[in-house]
Design a protein around this ligand. Structure first.
Ligand code: HAM
Length: 427
């Protein structure tokens, strides 16, 4: 026997009993986005490697060790996208989308990072990303947070998520801070773990992000970036928090929130839950006012975030949104004439009632075995056609999950019956 093939480690199938939850969640999230003035953009999964190097940053974990990079047949270095912001900016510049001034976009799809897989951390995962261009003030930062809160409310997870915020200031402010931070950690160099020692001169802000318990005391005592912000950055942050307060959104300022990608400035935020263990950041983002110019576009302020779909879905396990809608009708047909009549009845019903969920039995079998399948499908009613019904132009209707007796109906009566049952929303 040949050996069974398995999916690549960290890359998961989303099985039929999981897809109803995914689709229901996606429907709720994207309806909210479209209703708030965001348009969908669909981006390639593969981009030139250089795009990620120039945007995410050379000395980030993602670019240093997590990218799926390969040479294609023409020798070009390509990478499976580890995130969506870089590709989105590339597309906006390439197609002149930013000429109009303001733009609000969303995208949904798989991302790839070669991380060590564990619960909530995968090598292929899905992000719903949102990006807003051309708006420099904190009003749009707050608008994104309010969009997030509407999502959590609609999904019933609002109480499980804490909003953490911080400001990373401007590049110049971060430079001054960085010097002091390096000086501080250098004093305690012997206490730094190997990861932090490595980061000391490449990306010292990321030391603040360390999860190593032995490093926590040292990190607590480090200088705080918020103390290095100039008046404009402070004002931006203050107005942002005021807007959150006006809207009644609770938040916590986390001075250690630095994010793992280089393009951020000013506002950064994460929605974090305690319910998922170590991988508790469900949704994260911030401002990236210099990235568009850095990638060759005209200077354009920008802000966005990405929601980790697997983590949100994990929070929703057991939710009513996981329910698959069973068919209204399961059509049983036994006999040559009945098979043909069954197709006619099914197609006419489907055409007449586009929202009707009707499963047509295929694969033959006795009445008994077909009834079993009808029952297993969860259908509300079985429609039954034997050769006798077929000859008379009739259909028997048997309630499976509704009160009432089996009855035999003509085509006209069946139409009236379907209508009278009020099964169909929007009919
Ligand atoms: P990020 O923080 O790298 O930001 O990822 C955003 C979210 O994606 C995380 O909070 C998490 O929920 C999810 N995520 C990341 N890596 C994994 C993984 N290996 N497995 C499962 N879920 C994961 C970005 O990607 C930025 N592009 C967000 C952004 C958009 N900033 C501005 N615009």
């Amino acid at each position: 026997m040949s050996s069974k093939l398995q999916a690549v480690r960290g890359m998961h199938d989303i099985l039929p009993d999981q897809t109803p939850l995914w689709r229901n969640v996606e429907r709720i999230l994207t309806a909210e986005l479209e209703g708030s003035g965001f348009s969908e953009i669909r981006l390639p999964i593969v981009e030139r490697t250089e795009l990620f190097r120039r945007s995410i940053g050379e000395v980030t974990d993602i670019v240093e060790k997590e990218m799926y990079t390969f040479q294609d047949k023409s020798g070009e270095s390509l990478t499976l996208r580890p995130e969506g912001t870089a590709g989105c900016v590339r597309a906006c510049i390439e197609h002149g989308l930013l000429r109009a001034g303001q733009l609000r976009l969303w995208y949904l799809g798989p991302m790839f990072r070669h991380e060590r897989p564990q619960k909530g951390r995968y090598r292929q995962f899905h992000q719903l990303g949102v990006e807003a261009y051309g708006m420099p003030g904190p009003d749009i930062d707050a608008e994104l947070i309010l969009l997030n809160r509407r999502w959590w409310r609609r999904l019933g997870v609002e109480t499980e998520l804490e909003l953490q915020i911080n400001s990373l200031g401007t590049l110049e402010e971060r430079r001054a801070y960085r010097d002091d931070l390096v000086a501080y950690f250098t004093t305690y160099r012997d206490l730094l773990d190997p990861d932090s020692q490595r980061r000391l001169h490449t990306n010292p802000l990321r030391i603040l992000d360390s999860k190593n318990p032995e490093m926590q005391g040292l990190i607590e005592g480090a200088p705080k970036l918020l103390d290095y912000l100039g008046e404009d950055s402070r004002a931006h942050f203050r107005r942002f928090t005021e807007l959150l307060e006006t809207a009644g959104v609770p938040y916590r300022v986390n001075p250690r929130l630095v994010r793992g990608l280089d393009y951020y400035c000013l506002t950064v935020f994460e929605w974090v839950t305690e319910s998922l263990g170590a991988q508790g950041t469900v949704c994260a983002g911030g401002r990236y006012d210099t990235l568009v110019e850095q990638l060759g576009g005209r200077p354009t302020p920008a802000v966005g975030f990405a929601l980790g779909m697997e983590r949100l879905i994990a929070l929703l396990e057991g939710s009513h949104l996981a329910r698959r809608e069973p068919p209204h009708f399961y059509l049983i047909r036994v006999g040559a004439e009945a098979e043909r009549a069954g197709v006619r009845v099914a197609e006419r019903l489907r055409e007449r009632f586009p929202a009707l969920r009707l499963q047509l039995h295929c694969g033959g079998g006795s009445f008994k075995s077909q009834f079993k399948k009808a029952d297993r499908s969860g259908a509300l009613y079985a429609l039954i056609i034997g050769d006798e019904e077929a000859a008379r132009g009739q259909v028997a209707v048997k309630p499976l999950r509704r009160p009432g007796e089996q009855q035999t109906l003509t085509w006209e009566e069946l139409l009236r019956f379907v209508q009278s049952q009020r099964l169909l929303q929007g009919e």
